[in-house]
Design a protein. Structure first.
Length: 432
């Protein structure tokens, strides 16, 4: 049963273990922690706050892989067609749950390749420079792979990245632009913009962009709009279809827990499915009942799957399917509900630590992730937290990122983390 999204009363929080324990006791998702394998060192379970990097392994992943291996063993290539769990039908088992998570129609989603590959494929279809309309707007401090993909694609088109790519507010010491700055940049460059391409949640600061207002502003100037949702999918609530976003792509190894190098996903709005659109094509994009007729001409599937190129990797599908099963059982709205509470709990505990020790660079609008910038001794703080059993993330030169997630983290773990952080920062000469 899914719970309604509920407001909660922050004034009931106190910086005590009792309060953390009570929050855990009220948590309808607390049993899902056991659906995952938690890293262990010297017989001690570590506290994993790295959902923003590589989500934990669900316990059912092994079984899902094993099942595909058995199908392969017993039926060989016949497994593509045999039984209710035939491999050709597998893709559709993934798009339903992903549609719920992204606010899309299932036929607007395709599961294929990996993220950077899909960014290139989307650029082929959605970067269409014409006349004065050539610019691509990106956030400063976009993930490097996005910058490389877009710049190399622009060069491939015979254009100069320095002329065509507009980084919004590049000189803010590594901090991405605010939503307002993005909208201002869209107004400023107006009809020169061919494509607005941003992340949904910035990888560095965890800042959540307002996808809907950015999409609206882009439409108003006649530009197409796409998002890299690597840090957004499985993390924030979205309505890609209703917000009229042209395309989006994501990886599945972070908040979707589908394993290292997991199969990625893409959303292509249905209004583009029937268009005579520029697209790189392969036989897996052909309509299913025509695919094996081996005809010369490409007959599009007529959905987002038309962008698929190659034979589906069933072992990777199995990993994603296993983890989506858990999300379906837990209920997406229940996860969002718990996440709101975890955000409030984290924000509250942050206020209990002296603010001259670090700077919070994550704005209020965010998903799970918090990024803290340390003017001094940041690496030492990170090392000491690691020694105490907390798995978090260090970004050179001075940022600690951590991301407690609703499925496998508890309110008590967050409380323990802040206690350790307080202890360590009291010991070290951090303030100036
Ligand atoms: C925002 C963002 N974009 C792109 C990538 C690159 O993804 P991949 O290596 O799956 O292509 C990552 C990887 O973490 C990312 O965080």
């Amino acid at each position: 049963m899914e719970e309604e999204l509920q407001p909660f009363d922050m004034t009931t929080f106190s910086n005590t273990l009792d309060c953390a324990t009570a929050l855990d006791q009220q948590d309808p998702l607390r049993s899902y922690r056991d659906a995952f394998l938690h890293p262990v060192e010297n017989n001690r379970e570590r506290t994993y706050f790295l959902g923003n990097s590589l989500g934990l392994q669900p316990k059912n992943t092994m079984e899902a892989i094993q099942h595909v291996l058995e199908q392969w063993q017993l039926d060989g290539v016949e497994s593509f067609f045999k039984g209710n769990d035939n491999w050709l039908a597998y893709h559709d088992k993934l798009t339903g749950p992903l549609a719920v998570i992204t606010g899309a129609q299932p036929h607007e989603i395709t599961v294929m390749n990996q993220l950077t590959v899909n960014i290139h494929l989307m650029m082929v279809s959605f970067y269409q420079p014409k006349g004065e309309r050539k610019k691509i707007l990106m956030e400063s401090k976009a993930f490097p792979s996005d910058q490389y993909a877009v710049a190399s694609f622009v060069k491939h088109m015979g254009l100069d990245p320095d002329e065509v790519i507009v980084e919004i507010n590049p000189d803010q010491e590594g901090i991405p632009p605010t939503n307002e700055q993005v909208i201002d940049a869209i107004h400023k460059h107006g009809e020169e913009i061919a494509l607005v391409f941003l992340s949904g949640v910035n990888y560095y600061t965890g800042q959540l962009f307002d996808l809907s207002s950015i999409a609206l502003a882009a439409k108003k100037v006649g530009a197409l709009v796409g998002f890299d949702l690597a840090h957004a999918v499985g993390n924030i609530s979205m309505n890609l279809h209703d917000w009229d976003i042209d395309f989006a792509c994501w990886c599945s190894y972070k908040y979707l827990n589908a394993g290292p190098g997991a199969i990625a996903g893409a959303f292509i709005h249905e209004k583009h499915h029937q268009e005579n659109i520029n697209r790189l094509e392969g036989w897996w994009g052909v309509k299913l009942n025509e695919r094996f007729l081996m005809k010369k001409n490409f007959i599009s599937s007529g959905t987002a799957t038309a962008w698929q190129l190659s034979t589906s990797p069933m072992l990777l599908f199995a990993c994603l399917h296993a983890s989506l099963n858990i999300i379906e059982k837990a209920g997406w709205s229940n996860m969002l509900n718990k996440q709101q509470k975890m955000i409030a709990w984290t924000d509250f505990l942050l206020t209990t630590i002296s603010s001259n020790v670090f700077k919070r660079i994550t704005p209020h609008q965010r998903g799970c992730q918090i990024s803290l910038q340390f003017p001094q001794n940041g690496k030492e703080v990170y090392n000491r937290l690691f020694e105490k059993g907390f798995m978090i993330d260090w970004r050179e030169p001075d940022v600690i990122r951590f991301a407690p997630v609703p499925l496998y983290n508890s309110f008590t773990e967050i409380w323990q983390f802040f206690n350790a952080l307080r202890e360590i920062t009291n010991e070290l000469p951090l303030s100036n």
